[in-house]
Design a protein around this ligand. Sequence first.
Ligand SMILES: [Zn+2]
Ligand SMILES: [Zn+2]
Length: 137
Amino acid sequence: MLKEPESIEECVYFTRRLIGEGKVVAWVFKAKCKKCGEGLMGKPKDPKTGKPKIRATEYVCPSCGNVEEKKEYEERLTVNIKYKCPHCSFEGEIQIPFKRKKVSRINEETGKRESVDALRFQCNKCEKNIDITKKMK
Ligand SMILES: [Zn+2]
Ligand SMILES: [Zn+2]
């Protein structure tokens, strides 16, 4: 069984999606600082509002102030996924590296093929691809 987060504060990423007949819940726990081994690396906070800066390209340790590049940090993280397969309705759990890939899909509004960033994994039963694409604005 995957460990589920108690609060969104523990995560660098959390999403809930409906994909056709299936659904996906995915989350990534914050990792500990490589330098001090104490703090959980998170997005830097805006000193004025106290809220994390979502678009920051780096993560900081709240304990020692160590800064890590977004890409480098995210590459050592794992995505935890609970899903109901949209292809075969199998319900399962899986862990994959937190690395987005370019996948091509049909845009439902325009009907055109487009390339989007997605976390892709395979269903444990039917082995078909399931994509968690970036949310469209
Ligand atoms: Zn630290
Ligand atoms: Zn399946």
